[in-house]
Design a protein around this ligand. Structure first.
Ligand SMILES: *[C@@H]1O[C@H](CO)[C@@H](O)[C@H](O)[C@H]1NC(C)=O
Ligand SMILES: *[C@@H]1O[C@H](CO)[C@@H](O)[C@H](O)[C@H]1NC(C)=O
Ligand SMILES: *[C@@H]1O[C@H](CO)[C@@H](O)[C@H](O)[C@H]1NC(C)=O
Ligand SMILES: *[C@@H]1O[C@H](CO)[C@@H](O)[C@H](O)[C@H]1NC(C)=O
Length: 248
């Protein structure tokens, strides 16, 4: 590299440090925490009406995502053979709501592995497809989000203050989750509860998703949710919709 070019590169790196903390080195695929993401089928299906067919009436896994990297190994392809033993649980707890054909979930699992799993695989505990999907299922069962919400008295067909849901989950998990909504739209009078993220450290211990005072995430971390039109819920009221079976 010519000295002038090197100086330019240095400046670029330093300038980015100020603006997009962490992103400038995303090429290194370095990440700090894992985000266990569950979504609420009734809301997802509200967003993409025509795709859903008999969505489940319980919280399902969306994915287990390292926070700041994606697509870490493009040559490590998804291989359903490797997770054969997990398929019965995968179909129950990790269905693809948008591609509901019998084998359709392969579409979601392939996407999750190639985008997120190949990065998570930097950890020995997650360094194969069997370990990545198996551990994700285990973490999901440990959280038991579906029954935890019910035990907390947080049930569908009800309006809540977002702080009530957050505080209730903090009382159980001891860490601060991140709650995402489908924003208020034309016909709706209120945002809809859509997705709940609970975070883990690299040694798979629960940790806060957002440290107090941490700025709202940008870039990589915000994108997966954004693709479905979801956002961190606005302070105030949200609606936790029931599955409208007559719709599907
Ligand atoms: C999810 O929770 C509901 C109650 O909110 C319960 O009826 C249902 O059995 C649970 N489903 C699963 C798969 O845990
Ligand atoms: C990417 O995955 C392939 C297939 O598992 C493996 O052979 C290769 O070593 C991996 N590359 C890196 C950089 O980890
Ligand atoms: C569904 O997946 C199974 C196992 O991977 C395979 O044997 C079967 O042929 C697939 N069916 C269709 C319709 O693709
Ligand atoms: C369910 O969907 C149908 C058709 O879109 C609608 O007419 C009905 O009001 C909905 N019911 C509830 C409880 O939202």
């Amino acid at each position: 590299m010519k000295p002038a070019a090197r100086l330019g590169a240095l400046c670029l790196a330093l300038c980015c440090l100020g603006g997009a903390r962490g992103l400038w080195r995303s090429d290194s695929h370095e990440w700090h925490k894992l985000i266990m993401v569950h979504h609420w089928p009734a809301t997802v299906c509200e967003e993409v009406k025509k795709h859903c067919k008999d969505p489940p009436d319980y919280w399902t896994i969306h994915g287990l995502w390292p926070d700041r990297s994606e697509g870490c190994n493009r040559s490590w392809h998804f291989n359903p053979e490797e997770i054969k033993d997990l398929l019965p649980d995968m179909r129950i707890y990790w269905p693809d709501l948008l591609h509901p054909s019998p084998n359709g979930s392969l579409h979601l699992w392939k996407h999750e592995w190639e985008k997120h799993g190949t990065c998570a695989a930097q950890l020995e505990a997650l360094n194969s497809q069997k370990k990545y999907f198996g551990k994700s299922l285990a973490l999901s069962k440990e959280l038991a989000l579906n029954s935890t919400l019910q035990k907390l008295g947080i049930t569908p067909s009800t309006y809540y203050q977002i702080s009530d849901i957050k505080d209730a989950l903090v009382s159980v998990y001891g860490v601060v989750p991140k709650i995402q909504c489908l924003p208020k739209q034309g016909g709706e009078d209120v945002q809809l509860l859509a997705q709940i993220e609970v975070c883990f450290s690299k040694d798979l211990r629960l940790q806060n998703c957002m440290e107090p005072g941490e700025p709202a995430p940008r870039g990589l971390e915000a994108r997966p949710a954004a693709s479905l039109g979801l956002e961190v819920c606005q302070d105030g009221i949200l609606f936790y919709p029931a599955l409208n079976k007559t719709n599907h």
